[in-house]
Ligand binder design. Structure first.
Ligand SMILES: *[C@@H]1O[C@H](CO)[C@@H](O)[C@H](O)[C@H]1NC(C)=O
Ligand SMILES: *[C@@H]1O[C@H](CO)[C@@H](O)[C@H](O)[C@H]1NC(C)=O
Ligand SMILES: *[C@@H]1O[C@H](CO)[C@@H](O)[C@H](O)[C@H]1NC(C)=O
Ligand SMILES: *[C@@H]1O[C@H](CO)[C@@H](O)[C@H](O)[C@H]1NC(C)=O
Length: 390
């Protein structure tokens, strides 16, 4: 007998009770596949999953970021929700507070260590020079380790703060999500490294990623959900500033060499995940092909209800409506001296590119709907089943 079970998040205790009765009533041994119960999500990453870290440290983003869903800038570079928001929502959990956010944060169901511009490797440039965040993955890992220790001290003290931190079991039953690496690749390219030079740095980059995953495992983490990196050769900020030969563009207008670099990174990341599965026997690791999901969206934009796949919604000028000097929410002075606000396009819900680097809520939602059921994952398990070893 095989049970496929879908637990409502609120009624966990009740469903468990029903299940227990079923088990009692059943005379034969039961091999059951139950939805997982993840009491918390701990996320590591860059702007693809930052829900307020960079904004807390370096200042809030300007409008129209957040306009579609939060109706104000909400620490995310998008008009609305990110993949991580749709993920926690589907697990029945609240949106993740950023670890760095001192205001109104509630970490009962997890914490987000991601910041926009984060890389896996520590950088030797300042944020001012390169746009990369000083909060690289190793720093996020220090923050997580401190979080594990101090939240459990706080839990022993009566008072309000106790109600804002996770229970100890959240760390062992929680889902650890990673979405990082994109900026290691683009950061290298923007520092004038060739594609081959960036490729040569990938073993070192992934070695540092491996260290952090193993450290989380040593702290008790068991469930890992790892996103690979997206098609960087389709991003307007790459297309605009790293010009390449027309012959190296694909039929969707994306730059082949940079997408090939992303796929190279992803292949090595997948190899690493396979090694980690052997080295960490109690870990359940799901590898999610975000590249394929995003590239599919871009290449099938029109049949999927989207327009102008590579054209930026919130931007200004040039080929892709993107200009590195005039960002989303900025101001430009036109030739006749008039000030123009760089706002969003008429209908962000039919657009894919938000600001030249980041995706719209509509694109994020489309990608979420594809990845949530496991059809882009290895092994092909859905988010709700990501605690079961295949
Ligand atoms: C923090 O979140 C938990 C779970 O959602 C909730 O029960 C609790 O009331 C929240 N605490 C505060 C102070 O808002
Ligand atoms: C930063 O500099 C150190 C020492 O030269 C080097 O080992 C490291 O690879 C550099 N980091 C990056 C991201 O280039
Ligand atoms: C990369 O090359 C461009 C063009 O030669 C130059 O303007 C820029 O300063 C270089 N950037 C770095 C980080 O060396
Ligand atoms: C997963 O969901 C997508 C989008 O809703 C759908 O096209 C696909 O067939 C589903 N795949 C599986 C294996 O259920």
């Amino acid at each position: 007998m095989r049970l496929s079970w879908s637990l409502g998040t609120g009624n966990y205790a009740m469903d468990t009770c029903v299940l227990f009765l079923l088990l009692l009533l059943s005379s034969k041994p039961v091999s059951a596949t139950f939805s997982c119960y993840f009491p918390a999500v701990f996320n590591f990453g860059d702007s693809n999953s930052d829900t307020g870290g960079l904004a807390a440290a370096f200042g809030q983003f300007s409008s129209p970021n957040g306009e579609t869903f939060f109706h104000r800038p909400a620490g995310r570079v998008s008009d609305g929700r990110l993949l991580i928001d749709f993920m926690v929502q589907s697990l029945g959990l609240p949106y993740l507070s950023a670890f760095l956010d001192a205001l109104g944060s509630n970490f009962t169901h997890g914490a987000n260590f991601a910041t926009g511009g984060s890389t896996i490797r520590p950088q030797n440039t300042t944020r001012h020079q390169s746009g990369l965040s000083p909060i690289s993955l190793n720093v996020q890992s220090y923050q997580f380790n401190d979080f594990v220790v101090r939240t459990q001290i706080i839990r022993k003290v009566e008072g309000l703060f106790k109600e804002l931190v996770p229970k100890p079991e959240a760390f062992t039953h929680g889902l650890y999500t990673f979405d990082i690496g994109q900026n290691d690749l683009t950061g290298g390219l923007f520092q004038n490294l060739t594609v081959d030079q960036v490729k040569a740095s990938i073993p070192n980059i992934l070695g540092q990623f491996e260290t952090v995953v193993k450290d989380v495992y040593d702290k008790g983490g068991r469930f890992f959900w790892i996103h690979n990196t997206g098609p960087i050769g389709c991003l307007p900020f790459v297309l605009e500033h790293l010009p390449i030969d027309e012959r190296q563009m694909d039929t969707n207008g994306c730059a082949n060499p940079f997408n090939e670099l992303a796929r190279f990174f992803n292949d090595k990341l997948k190899d690493l995940v396979n090694q980690l599965r052997e080295q960490l026997p109690k870990a359940v690791i799901t590898y999610v092909d975000i590249y394929k999901a995003r590239y599919t969206l871009i290449s099938q934009a029109h049949t999927q209800g989207f327009e102008h796949p590579l054209r930026v919604c919130c931007g200004y000028g040039q080929k892709y409506n993107y200009n590195i000097h005039v960002g989303c929410g900025g101001k430009v002075v036109s030739k006749n001296g008039k000030e123009i606000f760089v706002g969003s396009c008429k209908d962000p819900s039919v657009r894919i590119m938000w600001d030249g680097i980041h995706y719209t809520e509509a694109a994020n939602k489309w990608v979420f709907n594809r990845i949530v059921n496991g059809s882009y994952s290895d092994p092909p398990v859905s988010l709700l089943m990501a605690c079961h070893r295949q």
